[in-house]
Design a binder for this molecule. Structure first.
Ligand code: NAP
Length: 338
């Protein structure tokens, strides 16, 4: 698509959508951003897709629609996850014609626990978010003869400075390390934790917009694949970034936490500790459980588009998180006691 194309970007105030919109603007396109609450700046609109009709300014036809809007929470019921991630997609698809180049953003984790996004049963996935994103991909394939589906793993900030417009659940980790909310790292140290930068996603979108729509369904999987960082390297990088920031801020450095495998944790430590932990501690260790499935992935994603190394991106993103969350990043963890 030769610039300037009129492009609708949903989820434009989010971590990914904001970077995608900036990159498309920089490529010379005329983008229109949509979010539930509406962003600031030119051509930003509030539209709760799936709950109300599109504002007049957003009526089509659209040469290109990039669907970044989603609710990325893992703890919704399946009904609410469907309302959040499937109903809006169905509504959006009903407003666009076959001539639109439709680009759907998805997650590498839609392959769930069985390595495929085919199953419709929720127990084939780690959580309702994965389940709803897999269902969304199936809906795109069923409803459209032509579409781009772009999967990617955990998103870090910009390659140059770690900038992220919104912080997702992953940043619970640096926050927890600083507050002492977790007593141990429940993970397989050798597991792979794949990541991309917002730039990797945004640059890919700019490229496929330039190339025009595919003839049928085209799947791209961005990431590092078998060259992704190991979980232990990720934790070391996070600790290193936090400690470099804390040293400059005059705050005591954080210690390494011990590793415990999910199996050891769930079978021995947790049942034992549950007898002694207070309610607040229990809430925290239970919340951390949701991450175990993501910190023990040993099978690499089958990437189609390998991105450049992400270790520096992670380091910069964590430092940037600390800049933006000064009070959290300065906290001094208290030792766990029963
Ligand atoms: N972040 C990651 O690590 C990651 C990893 C893999 C894949 N992804 C995928 O990347 C895409 C973008 O994720 P993200 O991290 O940028 O999400 P995000 O930061 O949570 O932003 C979500 C965006 O979607 C908007 N939105 C949600 N529901 C909407 C609705 N019904 N109508 C209109 N706007 C709606 C939000 O608007 P408000 O701000 O007004 O609520 C916000 O602009 C999603 O498809 C996600 O599944 C993300």
């Amino acid at each position: 698509m030769t610039p300037p194309a009129r492009i609708l970007v949903t989820g434009a105030t989010g971590a990914v959508g904001s970077a995608v919109q900036r990159a498309l603007d920089a490529a010379g396109h005329a983008t229109y951003g949509v979010s539930r609450r509406g962003g600031t700046g030119a051509r930003q609109y509030a539209w709760r897709i799936g709950q109300e009709a599109a504002p007049d300014a957003l009526r089509g036809p659209w040469p290109v629609v990039v669907h970044c809007a989603a609710d990325t929470r893992w703890n919704l019921s399946t009904e609410r996850a469907a309302e959040a991630n499937i109903t809006p997609l169905r509504a959006l698809l009903s407003t666009i014609g076959p001539e639109t180049h439709f680009i759907h953003l998805s997650s590498s984790y839609v392959t769930g626990l069985e390595g495929t996004s085919d199953p419709s049963a929720p127990d084939a996935y780690r959580n309702s978010y994965e389940w709803s994103k897999a269902a969304a991909e199936r809906l795109v394939r069923a409803e459209r003869e032509s579409a781009d589906i772009v999967r990617f793993p955990i998103v870090m900030g910009a390659r140059s400075d770690g900038r992220l417009d919104r912080y997702s659940g992953f940043f619970w980790l640096p926050s927890s390390l600083c507050s002492g909310a977790v007593p141990a790292l429940v993970a397989e140290g050798k597991a792979l934790l794949d990541m991309v930068s917002t730039d990797d996603v945004a640059d890919h979108i700019v490229r496929i917009v330039a190339g025009g729509p595919p003839s049928d369904h085209r799947l791209a999987v961005l990431g590092r694949g078998d060259r992704a960082q190991r979980v232990e390297e990720v934790f070391d990088t996070i600790l290193d970034a936090l400690n470099s920031w804390r040293t400059e801020a005059g705050v005591p450095r954080l210690d390494h936490l011990p590793y415990v495998t999910p199996d050891q944790w769930n079978r021995f430590y947790l049942p034992f500790a549950e007898q002694y932990l207070d309610r607040a501690q229990l809430v925290r260790v239970t919340a951390f459980r949701a991450y175990q499935g993501y910190l023990s992935v040993t099978e690499p994603f089958a990437v189609t588009d390998r991105v450049a190394d992400t270790a520096q991106v992670l380091h910069r993103s964590i430092r940037r998180w600390a800049d933006m969350h000064d009070a959290s990043a300065r906290r001094v963890p208290r030792p766990w006691g029963a």
